[in-house]
Design a protein around this ligand. Structure first.
Ligand code: S3P
Length: 190
């Protein structure tokens, strides 16, 4: 695992661990395992939107369009970030709104799970729950999203984790070590 880090927030807001990155980067699976390892609660903003609306994300896109979904996403994100500290997996597009980026970067440690497009394509293959990948060439779309969003993820990330083929468990425990004992890993959160 390769990683880079920068200054984490030092304000008095809840200290969340927030996972960002493209679809298929492993935010939900790594987040769940990380939360278990660290004894924290876990939440996934997409699952929270589905719980609140009672419908799946693709139906929200179908009825309200992407813009309607983004409004819901911004509202849910603000509500979740206001709660007790947790591990929070966010939707891949949560970083699009500046308002969300500001909120996330000041509410905790933002970890960008950065995976190569080829891995993202493999992991999202045949998943009907990602409306942005339906009816398009997934490789082309994910390449474009990577180009557009990589700078935005980087803008707010306190830690960038380059993932390759590691298991979820290994990645989560490496991130836990970075968070709990950075000096021992040759990593200092400056
Ligand atoms: C989206 C990513 C999805 C979900 C929605 C839009 C995006 O979440 O929020 O389909 O814009 O990249 P995941 O990153 O968890 O797949």
């Amino acid at each position: 695992m390769q990683s880079e880090s920068k200054v984490p927030p030092t304000n008095s807001k809840p200290h969340h661990i927030i996972l960002v990155g493209l679809m298929g980067a492993g935010k939900t699976s790594v987040g769940k395992t990380l939360a278990r390892l660290m004894g924290k609660s876990f939440c996934d903003s997409d699952q929270e939107i589905e719980r609140l609306t009672g419908v799946k994300i693709p139906l929200i896109f179908e009825i309200e369009g992407e813009s309607g979904f983004r409004l819901r996403e911004t509202k849910v994100l603000a509500e979740l970030l206001d709660k007790e500290a947790m591990v929070l997996a966010t939707g891949g597009g949560a970083i699009l709104a500046q308002e969300n980026r500001e909120r996330m970067s000041s509410a905790g440690i933002v970890i960008y799970l950065r995976a190569p497009v080829s891995a993202l394509v493999k992991r999202t293959r045949r998943d009907p729950n990602r409306p942005l990948l339906q009816g398009v060439d997934p490789k082309e779309k994910l390449t474009r999203l990577f180009e557009q969003r990589d700078p935005l993820y980087r803008e707010i990330a306190h830690i960038v984790v380059d993932t390759a083929d590691q298991s979820v468990r290994l990645l989560a425990s490496q991130i836990q070590s970075l968070l709990e004992g950075p000096q021992e890993n040759g990593m200092v959160l400056k």
